[in-house]
Design a protein. Structure first.
Length: 235
């Protein structure tokens, strides 16, 4: 499958960041090497989709509500992201699971809402440090997949060990291979499986050549065009 390099800007990015994204689009050019995606905060989705219109970079959301519209103050639906020109939406990121108490059942409902809106969900899973140290990483990821994946439809899975996010720590290539092979056994050959957690230009090449790694979900290093392009060009 064609690789996907996705940037998750998290709660970063003011209007000035549009220029950085334009620079990324220029560097990526026709995107021959891989699919490229940026998920900015909701406030920038519309402007970024306009800025990147005609480029090889797609735009996505970082979360959505489970229904299309209604009395849910402060929430955003997948249909709204689609309406703004989005193509993807991340669901079940560990920061949503931790900060907002999102559980697998809710993540599954969100993934299904993303599919109903005609977008591709990127469903995040991954163990905590305690779970890894207890030898439970595989069991945790299996349970998250069983509870969070939609029953049908085309989606992307992102394996992001919580302890590797924003820490500079990365699992060994063997550990990444082990979990990705496990995920592969659950999702089949057509589903892209991304690795996320401290991906940088300096480690992207070795991570992206691990079996069953079909791309990366990048946080911090997706905010600067030079870093993000460095990861893209490692393919
Ligand atoms: P970092 O790349 O900053 O570790 O973040 C990873 C992540 O959570 C992407 O969703």
């Amino acid at each position: 499958v064609r690789k996907l390099i996705a940037g998750n800007w998290k709660m970063n990015g003011l209007k000035a960041a549009l220029a950085e994204a334009a620079k990324m689009a220029e560097m990526v050019g026709d995107g021959n090497g891989a699919d490229v995606l940026i998920c900015p905060p909701f406030t920038l989705i519309g402007a970024l989709a306009e800025e990147l219109d005609g480029s090889a970079i797609r735009v996505g959301g970082q979360d959505c509500h489970v229904v299309e519209s209604g009395a849910h103050t402060g929430d955003i639906s997948a249909h709204m992201i689609a309406d703004m020109g989005g193509n993807y939406c991340i669901v079940g990121h560990s920061e949503r699971r931790a900060d907002h108490g999102e559980d697998d059942a809710l993540v599954k409902q969100k993934a299904e809402a993303v599919l109903r809106a005609g977008l591709t969900p990127i469903i995040c899973v991954g163990e905590t440090r305690e779970e890894r140290e207890a030898g439970k990483a595989g069991d945790v990821v299996s349970a998250q997949l069983a509870g969070s994946l939609p029953d049908s439809g085309q989606y992307v899975v992102a394996y992001e060990p919580v302890w590797a996010i924003g820490t500079g720590l990365v699992p060994t290539l063997e550990d990444i291979a082990e979990i990705h092979t496990l995920v592969r056994s659950k999702v089949g050959s057509k589903t892209r499986i991304l690795y996320g957690g401290s991906v940088k230009p300096s480690n992207a090449e070795e991570i992206l050549t691990v079996a069953n790694v079909d791309g990366a979900l990048v946080g911090g290093a997706s905010l600067k065009a030079d870093d993000f392009y460095g990861i893209y060009s490692a393919i």
